[in-house]
Design a binder for this molecule. Structure first.
Ligand code: ADP
Ligand code: MG
Length: 259
């Protein structure tokens, strides 16, 4: 639909820098169901992109393709200029570079908070116990969680558990952080805590892609908003301008429902 899509700011590739993430013609089918139907998206180093859209529009599938929890049906994804799709890619090495935070935290219930944060450092990054614990404690301190290190996750509030999940991802020193509705499972009074952590991370220069229903957060924190509709990027542009003045009927309708 010519003229229907908002103009996109110059992509990292257009400005000469290597994109942190570059997605070209990404498709994902589940059997006969076409969930991603040709997604193109560049994320510049240090950029925060919020992905919004109706339930079922393919937002989670897009994030899962970015850290190879799902295998794309077609298309190409590059991380820092290096293809991560196609034959011969080591998915574990890709996942070290891409941290992911899920709606339901996905912490290991039988481990302490410290154990949760050190597990991948020890078993994937092959750190010895002492270095892993030092790295983990530094992250927990940064997120105000040091006092919970020896507790089991279920003793913590949802907001604290989600911050542990963020600390766990950050401890791996990823190039990119993905958030899939990180605050959707939280009691309302705990949402702000986690959004504040995400906002601080965005300000610190982390490259982030966050699927969220928090339109206020997207407007304040994101550099760019991407609106997914039926497996495609239906509109994309600078966060505030796009949310305040959507170019497409589809995004106008969506915002009218969620705001
Ligand atoms: P969103 O995160 O935007 O709500 P999803 O990416 O989770 O959307 O899902 C998009 C569509 O793909 C939905 O119709 C969902 O039912 C379907 N889907 C997601 N994961 C699977 C799967 N593993 N197998 C089959 N269908 C799936
Ligand atoms: Mg989802």
């Amino acid at each position: 639909m010519p003229g229907q899509t908002a103009s996109v700011p110059p992509s990292a590739t257009e400005t000469g820098a290597t994109a942190a993430i570059s997605i070209r013609g990404l498709r994902k089918d589940y059997g006969p169901l076409e969930v991603l139907r040709g997604v193109d998206l560049d994320v510049a180093p240090g950029e925060t992109v919020c992905v919004i859209g109706r339930s079922g529009s393919g937002k989670s599938t897009l994030l899962k393709c970015l850290n190879l929890l799902e295998e794309p049906t077609a298309g190409e994804i590059l991380l820092g200029g290096t293809p991560i799709t196609g034959p011969g890619v080591d998915a574990d090495r890709v996942r070290v570079r891409v941290g992911m935070v899920f709606q339901h935290f996905n912490l290991f219930g039988h481990m302490t908070v410290l154990g949760n944060v050190t597990a991948a450092l020890r078993h994937v990054r092959r750190m010895d116990r002492r270095s892993a614990e030092a790295t983990a404690m530094a992250q927990l301190e940064r997120l105000g969680l040091a006092g919970f290190a020896s507790q089991r996750p279920h003793r913590l509030s949802g907001g604290q558990q989600q911050r542990v999940a963020i600390a766990r991802a950050l401890a791996m020193e990823p190039e990119v952080m993905l958030f899939d509705e990180a605050t959707s499972a939280l009691d309302p009074e705990l949402v702000k805590d986690v959004l504040d952590v995400m906002g601080a991370l965005a300000s610190s220069g982390m490259t982030m892609v966050a699927v969220t229903h928090e339109i206020g957060f997207a407007r304040e924190v994101a550099d760019r908003v991407v609106f997914m509709d039926e497996g495609r990027v239906a509109e994309s542009g600078p966060a505030r301008a796009t949310l305040e003045n959507p170019a497409t009927e589809r995004l106008r309708d969506f915002l009218a429902r969620v705001l």
